[in-house]
Structure formats: C-alpha cells, structure tokens
Design a protein around this ligand. Structure first.
Ligand code: CP
Length: 307
C-alpha cells in the first residue's frame, strides 16, 4: 500500500506515467466513468479548502465512486480530543482511500503510519501540498509541452507557501529548470529549500525583490498569496499583503507565451483585469487538478485501467 506525503514519493518515471494518465483522462473521460464504482474516498479536512477538497470529491465521483468526510475540525471528533491516528483507524473501516488536510506539519504522515488505506497529504501546515504540485506539473506540461528547459518565477509568500516548496522539490528533478524567487526579504524561501534542495542539486536560481525585473525572462510566473493564517501578528500581514499586484501594465513586460499560474485562492496579488489575458492559466489549472487527482486515486488504489 502506498501513500502520498510529498511529490518525491513518486519517481520521475512514476510522475510522468501519472501525468500521461491524467492527460488520457482529460481526452477520454467516459472511459474512466465507472472504474471506481465500488470505491469510497474520505476527505478529512481539518483546515479550510475549496479547490483541493472539492476537486478530490469531483475526481472520485467522475470515476464512479462515492465520497464521505468532514470539511472542518469543528465538525469532527477532533474537538473532543481524538488523535489523527485514531481517526484514520476508524475511517479505514469506512473508506478505501483518504485525502487529509491538517494545519500541523506532519499530521498526514502520522495518519499514514496508523492507516490501513492509502493516505494523501492534501496540505500540511506550511510544509507540503503534493497534489497541488501534481496539478501544477500537469498544467505546465499541457501548456508548454515540457517540464524541462524552463525559467520559472515564483512570486509572493515563498516562506509559508507550501505549494512553492513542493513545486521546487518536484521541478529540480527535470533538466535545465531555472528559478527566479521573487519575494520581500521577510518572505524568502526557507533555508532548507535554498540549501538542501536548490544548492545541493546545483540548480541555477536567483532571489530578487522586484517582479518587474524578473518578468521579461520567465516562461512561467507562479503567483502566490500572502498566507495570512501562518502569520503570528496581523500587523505584519497587513504590511506584506499587497507587496505584489500583477496588473495589465506589468504583463506588458512578459513574454507572449509566458503563462501565469496561481494555486488560488487569489486575494489582491493578481488584478482581475489580468483574467482576460490569454496567458492567465489559473482557472484552467484548477480544472487540471481534477484530472490529476483522478489519476492519483487510480494509481494509489491500483485500479485496473480500461484499454
Ligand atoms: N490550492 C488550494 O489548495 O486551494 P484550497 O485551499 O481552496 O484547497
């Protein structure tokens, strides 16, 4: 039995196979409409979510399966003091696979050690968000036709943004991927990503503060919101929250074929006027999230695929 805690739990070959499956699902959804008719997915969300929870549920329903779960810790027995280990032991009796989001880093890993069903990390604190990374990789590969030879700008809250941490870890395994890390001084990437992931793998990267300086060189711009829920005080958040606002004027500096991604939710960091730009790919990205989660469910459940 396999779990997914980090994108690195999948080898590059496994990742490419999974993305191929997601692309086939996109092209031939009917082929997969009943492959999980007898399966159930539990979504255990101890922290708010729109996309991740609903796209997991849509994914299982698209495969013919059923879903159950809770959308906040308040509506679960966590409020009575139940541990994630006990919760997953019980949920293992009700479902075949589980997606868990938790504010504490490592909570899905603790759950996986007590589980008798596959556990998927649907976001743990400021740590990892592997299924967002699968979504991002499928989006980039579908739009650019490749995952190598790319210059990727990551902009915003690189300190607390777990999607950024997971995406860097996944992309360093591809050839000639360069990063431009665009953030205010206080929200730079954690040193373990800089030292243990980027420098250790001899990846070319630069850290800059001005988005305008970085834009002309980028193939992909990955915008992120400032993670309000991870700040220790409101004052710091208010000071940082509008540091970057991508608007039509700034987009004039970007290449014609540079795509904008964002894991969403968006707050102010992309002006709504940018939504009409053909390079704005963030809503398409949310759709890719369904295909890739369908592929992940099939892979972890080892479902026999239709011809
Ligand atoms: N991208 C993402 O994780 O969105 P949600 O928080 O709405 O799930």
């Amino acid at each position: 039995m396999r779990h997914l805690m980090s994108p690195l739990d999948l080898s590059v070959d496994e990742l490419n196979t999974l993305l191929d499956l997601a692309s086939d699902i996109e092209k031939h959804p009917d082929k997969y409409a009943h492959v999980c008719d007898d399966k159930r997915l539990a979504t255990l969300f101890y922290e708010p979510s729109t996309r991740t929870r609903l796209s997991f549920e849509a994914a299982m329903m698209n495969l013919g399966g059923k879903v159950l779960g809770f959308s906040s810790a308040d509506s679960s027995s966590a409020t009575k003091g139940e541990s994630v280990a006990d919760t997953i032991r019980v949920v293992s009796c009700y479902a075949d696979i589980c997606a868990m989001r938790h504010p504490k880093e490592g909570a899905p890993l603790v759950a996986s050690m007590a589980s008798s069903i596959p556990v998927i990390n649907a976001g743990d604190g400021g740590h990892q968000h592997p299924t967002q990374t699968l979504t991002d990789l499928l989006t980039i590969r579908s739009l650019k036709g490749r995952l190598d030879n790319l210059t990727i700008g990551l902009c915003g809250d690189l300190k607390f943004g777990r999607t950024v941490h997971s995406l860097i870890e996944a992309l360093v395994r591809y050839t000639n991927v360069k990063f431009v890390l665009i953030s205010p001084e206080e929200l730079r990437i954690p040193s373990y990503i800089r030292e243990d992931v980027l420098k250790k793998n001899n990846i070319e990267f630069q850290e800059v503060e001005r988005l305008e300086d970085a834009l002309p060189d980028l193939d992909i711009l990955y915008m992120t919101r400032v993670q309000k829920e991870r700040f220790f005080n409101e004052e710091d958040y208010v000071r940082m929250k509008d540091f970057y606002i991508l608007d039509k004027q700034k987009m004039e500096l970007a290449k014609e074929d540079m795509y904008i991604l964002h894991p969403l939710p968006r707050v102010n960091e992309i002006a709504t006027e940018v939504d009409a730009d053909p390079r704005a790919a963030y809503f398409k990205q949310a759709q890719y999230g369904v295909y890739v989660r369908m592929a992940l469910i099939l892979t972890l459940l080892e479902v026999k695929l239709p011809c």
